[in-house]
Structures are given as structure tokens and as C-alpha cells.
Design a protein around this ligand. Sequence first.
Ligand code: FES
Length: 151
Amino acid sequence: MAEIKLTVNGAQRVVDSDADTPLLWALRDDLGLVGTKFGCGAGLCGACTVHVEGQAVRSCQFPVSDAAGKAVTTIEGLAPSADQPHAVQAAWVAQQVPQCGYCQPGMIMAVAALLKETPHPTEQAIREGITNICRCGTYPRVVAAVQQAAK
Ligand code: FES
């Protein structure tokens, strides 16, 4: 165990953790940021997606020590302020994307990273770029929300 310094949602945080502990567990168990979800634990589903230095990463496969000194953003820190949702979050509400909702924080984080890199993606680019899995099959509404957020 060692003290690992992180910058999470703009705040300096310290976790006491093994270096190879997945970032997911440091966020959820040590910092109480439970918006980031555990799905497969194998890097396949994307429920655990967060941003590290603006890049979408699957935090179940990302050692917490690799995030030391880097900017980590979770779903709790995506919106610019408490009363102003991120454009992707606003589109999610407008398109009523979630069904059970479990995968949606990871989906939104993946989409926010995609749009930062590709502000106006084609439908094909959306479908190829977002590989997160949704058991409820909300994919058509995900695509519609991405297209709305991209306008
Ligand atoms: Fe990390 Fe599924 S829980 S990819």
C-alpha cells in the first residue's frame, strides 16, 4: 500500500492503495464516486469509463498508480457546473436515452471523449467509436443523442 495523489474532478485527492489496484475501485471505494460502474471487470463493457487527461479509459483495467499526477474526470465532474449539464448529458435527457441506466455514465463519458476528438461524427463513426455495451439496447437513442450533442 502507498499513498497515491490524484486530481479527480479538479480536486487534489489521496488514496492509500496498491499500485495495481484498478482506478475504478479507488474512485468508488476510496473516494465514494459511485457514478462510475463495475460491469464486466475485463475491459469489455465500458461501464467503468472515465477520462484520464481527457482520454476515455476503462478504469477497471487502468492501474490507479498510472493516474498519479494526471487529471481524472468522472461522471460526477463532467458538467461545467451544478446547474449546467454537459452538452452530452443535456442531449441524453432530451432523447430519454437511459432504460435501466446502469451503463449510461460510462456511455456518456465515452461519448464526451469521442466528441472532443471528433466534434461532428458520422453515424458510422459513432457506432464504431462507441463500443460500450448496453443490455437494454438503447443504441438508437444513443446515436440520436450523440447527433444532437454534436450540433
Ligand atoms: Fe470495465 Fe466492463 S467494467 S469495461
